[in-house]
Design a binder for this molecule. Structure first.
Ligand code: DGI
Ligand code: FE
Ligand code: FE
Length: 195
């Protein structure tokens, strides 16, 4: 299937505002992929599809997850915010027939991130933070860092999410803090080398 065909499928699954977000993430993912040498075509496809199930019912999401043979951990099951990334990865496999593991993982981990992210996973993770319509406090800084260094941007994004969740006393997924620990450790080692 082509990008345009995926776009048509996505448009029917969500409000115009979220569709606009999805198109903006695809566009930003293409920009970042070109800048950092990721696969541009995969970045555009993962970008348009990343929130495919964000507006699907709980029942539909759980069914997709089951059909894809994915087992939720107890924490994942109890954190509804995390479902759409998992059910989105399931949707593109079972409904669209996508088999590329990098595209599937980019969708699967776009919300939490994780340790050992691929270049494409990082591109989608960041594009979701820096897409054109985003206007949260700190987005300017995020865009600046994303234009300088992708790893620093991942650290910035994960630190932003963890601070926000901790502030609201919400559960933090292990993938989120494992990802954070990996990139913060690497950043600290880099700083040490400079001295
Ligand atoms: O789908 P989007 O709105 O474009 O963005 P997203 O997929 O990053 O989802 C953001 C939401 O997910 C936001 O409300 C924070 C939440 N979130 C991200 N990581 C975690 C999380 N929520 C919990 N409880 N735990 C996490 O680790
Ligand atoms: Fe999302
Ligand atoms: Fe998104």
């Amino acid at each position: 299937m082509t990008y345009k065909e995926y776009e048509e499928i996505i448009e029917k699954r969500m409000t115009s505002a979220r569709f606009r977000h999805s198109k903006n993430v695809a566009k930003e993912a293409v920009r970042l992929a070109k800048k950092y040498g990721a696969d541009v075509e995969k970045a555009e496809i993962a970008g348009i599809l990343h929130d495919a199930t964000k507006e699907s019912s709980d029942e539909e999401q759980l069914e997709l997850i089951e059909r894809a043979g994915i087992e939720l951990t107890p924490l994942e099951r109890s954190t509804r915010k995390l479902w759409h990334a998992i059910s989105g990865a399931a949707f593109v496999q079972v409904e669209l027939g996508i088999t590329d593991p990098d595209i599937i993982n980019a969708i699967r981990y776009h919300t939490t991130g994780r340790a050992g992210m691929s270049l494409l996973e990082k591109v989608i993770f960041i594009a979701d933070f820096t897409s054109a319509e985003r206007d949260y406090d700190g987005v300017d800084k995020m865009r600046k860092v994303a234009d300088k260094n992708l790893e620093d941007a991942v650290l910035e994004g994960m630190s932003f999410t963890i601070s926000d969740l901790a502030q609201r006393k919400l559960t933090i997924a292990p993938d989120t803090f494992m990802g954070y620990n990996e990139v913060s450790f690497i950043a600290a080692a880099k700083e040490k080398k400079k001295k």
